[in-house]
Design a protein around this ligand. Structure first.
Ligand code: SF4
Length: 115
């Protein structure tokens, strides 16, 4: 299998070609080692940092922005979004507070203060 990708790690946006042949994965077109790693990860185990919002139950019409502390496997995003949708938090909330612990190997943290 061969895939053409654009590296999104830096603004240079190198065009990558990733060839997956069984256990062997080869990347070409990368301008640095980070791009090679990105190309391999994207084809073998793609991950994403998820950003969203969570309802604040003691403030009318208020949401707090959140994100995963680490990227999670792309295939887990919809399941995580269900968990996020079912979660409510009470103010005060501060940037960096853990809102959801131990979810898909990471946590969901606040990215905004709600005082
Ligand atoms: S391969 Fe390296 S230089 Fe090219 S876009 Fe990715 S991070 Fe930037």
């Amino acid at each position: 299998m061969e895939r053409n990708l654009t590296c999104i790690i830096c603004p240079r946006g190198c065009s990558l070609t990733v060839t997956v042949d069984g256990e062997n994965t080869k990347v070409s077109g990368h301008g640095c080692p980070k791009g090679e790693k990105y190309g391999i990860d994207e084809c073998v185990n793609p991950v994403r940092t998820v950003t969203s919002i969570i309802r604040v139950d003691n403030r009318e019409d208020t949401m707090v922005s959140v994100k995963t502390a680490d990227p999670i496997p792309k295939g887990m995003i919809f399941e995580l979004m269900e968990i996020i949708r079912a979660t409510k938090v009470s103010a005060p909330v501060y940037i960096g507070d853990v809102i959801i612990e131990n979810v898909f190997g990471t946590s969901v943290i606040a990215t905004k203060d709600i005082k």
